[in-house]
Design a binder for this molecule. Structure first.
Ligand SMILES: [Zn+2]
Ligand SMILES: [Zn+2]
Ligand SMILES: [Zn+2]
Ligand SMILES: [Zn+2]
Ligand SMILES: [Zn+2]
Ligand SMILES: [Zn+2]
Length: 246
């Protein structure tokens, strides 16, 4: 079975990951397609592969971290340098992004689909997701740096973090969710695969504490989409004109 995905000019074939016989990298999120993904969507001609959750990521979402505007899934960054910096994890990205071009706000697909809370084997309490600026310096600390309780590296206040409400335990999103499969937390996907998936990684020591997600997929008509993109393009063009002083 093959089908057309908006991000690629050729039809994609759907495989089980083991059917590929080799480790491939997802062209959407740039992470390996290992056995945590239910399926790999492939164009063999181009060595183009997508995780199941990246291929099925909604094109327009309302995200609680960015309430004023819907985020649009872009197949590649539209910025100069063909790269974006993720507002959640602070790392660069070159492939899919959930973007608000009006605000130059971008998220990796995996970051956009992070669960609102997780249980991690390194901590006895449930950890809640904070959209940055919630991490306050440790009381009595001599400098104003906060550190991740798992990897011990600096936790930037403007980056997202998982924090314990009860104790002083704050960690990077990536450190808390190394075994969490993104994409199972969308409100609109309570299907059998999601349930199967949860069972699969419950044994891995990391589980989403609640099934409910925080991301709502938005249905837009083609006309609404055209208008949204048009508004964004206009805004970028207007900004370019303003900064180049023409
Ligand atoms: Zn992916
Ligand atoms: Zn192709
Ligand atoms: Zn990110
Ligand atoms: Zn915005
Ligand atoms: Zn960390
Ligand atoms: Zn705790």
């Amino acid at each position: 079975m093959d089908y057309k995905h908006f991000s690629h000019p050729h039809n994609l074939l759907i495989h089980r990951p083991y059917e590929l016989g080799q480790q491939v990298t997802c062209s959407g999120c740039q992470f390996p397609c290992d056995n945590t993904t239910a399926a790999v969507h492939a164009c063999h001609r181009c060595n183009f592969f997508l995780h199941d959750h990246c291929a099925n990521a909604g094109r327009y979402v309302k995200h609680p971290c960015h309430k004023p505007h819907p985020l649009v899934l872009l197949p590649y960054p539209t910025y100069a340098g063909n790269t974006f910096v993720c507002n959640a994890c602070g790392r660069p990205g070159k492939a899919f992004s959930y973007c608000c071009a009006l605000c130059e706000f971008d998220l990796h697909v995996g970051c956009a689909l992070l669960p609102v809370s997780v249980v991690n084997k390194d901590h006895q309490h449930e950890l809640d997701l904070y959209y940055g600026a919630q991490v306050v310096p440790r009381r009595g600390s001599s400098n104003d740096q906060e550190y991740c309780n798992i990897c011990r590296n600096v936790l930037e206040g403007r980056q997202w973090a998982y924090c314990c409400k009860t104790c002083d335990f704050n960690v990077h999103t990536a450190c808390a969710t190394t075994e969490v499969v993104p994409g199972l937390y969308e409100d609109d996907s309570p299907d059998c695969e999601a349930v199967e998936g949860q069972g699969a990684w419950a044994g891995a020591g990391v589980v989403a504490a609640e099934g409910g997600g925080n991301v709502v997929e938005v249905e837009l008509t083609e006309a609404e989409l055209a208008k949204l993109l048009f508004d964004m393009k206009l805004h970028i063009m207007a900004q370019n004109i303003a900064t180049s002083g023409i």
